[in-house]
Write a protein that binds this ligand. Structure first.
Ligand SMILES: Nc1nc(=O)c2c([nH]1)NC[C@@H]1CN(c3ccc(C(=O)N[C@@H](CCC(=O)O)C(=O)O)cc3)C=[N+]21
Length: 297
């Protein structure tokens, strides 16, 4: 029987244990605060941001939302970020990606105070992670590590194949799994759209991570017998549903599940974990900035 990895359940456990840490901070007079910033009219981004706010409310994190007009100049966004950087009640800042065209994304990533960078996208935090002394692990890779741990999937000595080389998933995940650490020590291969003989490489994986952003592009023929398959895809495809779309992963679930020992579904796999780890980083940020120590799960 193939195990269906339940991201909703693991995320709920993480939220539950964070609630205790938030109570500790609260008793020291610190309420963790997260600001979400949106400069986009992408409907998916709007959905994610509102989910993140609901999550905050559930665990006792104070959230504020800043929305910048999509036709405003970039300086408007920078002004908002500067204000949030200076606000002592805000411990974490998340600027939702992608941003509108007139904005220089790299400049935005540099402009968030690295101590408030709960996405872990600031070059200082990226550098720390690569060097092995991470501060904020990017939420999706960290969520994947927590899922593997929850299902006793050993990374040490495992052959991991990551398909996708993005700065937000593929590259940081590869670095984390490579780390000399209990949740690392893997042998990691990073593949991408130009990789030759992709299926030959993916079939060798003990842990196969699909993070290419292409709907259902990993099928059973690319999965080795007994592998663990982690599907990072959140592709909206037109469908005759109430919302007018359907969410599909980068993995063709049915055929891949036929080969895999364990597999994450979409929705209900990596997505909820990404949101849980954002809460985790926000609690960590509040702890760092207030000097109140809370042991994190
Ligand atoms: N600065 C920044 N940080 C991010 O972390 C970030 C971002 N920008 N831009 C977009 C991506 C995407 N992302 C997701 C988070 C949660 C779900 C999620 O919760 N998905 C649910 C279902 C969601 C639905 O129903 O649409 C699930 O898979 O079960 C999906 C996608 C965070 N991202």
């Amino acid at each position: 029987m193939t195990t269906r990895i339940d991201g909703n359940a693991v995320a709920a456990d993480i939220r539950e244990s964070l609630t205790e840490r938030i109570d500790t901070l609260e008793s020291e007079g610190v309420t963790p605060g997260l600001a979400t910033v949106l400069m986009s009219d992408d409907p998916a981004s709007e959905t994610y941001v509102s989910m993140k706010q609901r999550d905050c409310a559930e665990v006792g994190i104070e959230s504020t939302h800043v929305e910048i007009d999509t036709d405003a100049p970039a300086e408007k966004l920078h002004g908002a970020i500067d204000e949030l950087n200076a606000d002592p009640e805000i411990h974490g800042i998340l600027v939702q990606m992608p941003l509108v065209d007139q904005v220089d994304t790299r400049r935005v990533l540099r402009s968030v105070d690295p101590l408030k960078d709960v996405d872990g996208f600031h070059p200082e935090n990226v550098g720390r992670l690569v060097a092995g002394h991470d501060r904020y692990r990017p939420c999706t890779p960290h969520g994947i590590q927590k899922l593997l741990e929850a299902y006793d999937v050993e990374t040490e000595g495992a052959d991991v194949v990551v398909v996708g080389r993005s700065n937000i998933v593929g590259k940081p995940l590869a670095n984390l799994l490579l780390q000399k650490a209990e949740d690392g020590n893997a042998t990691v291969t990073v593949c991408h759209s130009r990789t030759e003989d992709l299926a030959e490489k993916t079939r060798n994986a003990d842990i196969l991570v699909a993070a290419a952003g292409r709907a259902e592009f990993i099928d059973g023929g690319m999965v080795g017998e007994g592998a663990t398959v982690i599907d990072v895809g959140v592709n909206r495809v037109d469908a005759d549903t109430e919302k007018g779309y359907e969410l599909v992963g980068d993995v063709d679930y049915e055929s891949a599940a036929g080969k895999a020992e364990a597999i994450t579904p979409v929705p209900g796999g990596v997505g909820p974990m990404t949101r849980a780890m954002l809460l985790y980083n926000t609690v960590k940020a509040a702890s760092i900035q207030s000097d109140v120590d809370v042991p994190l799960p």
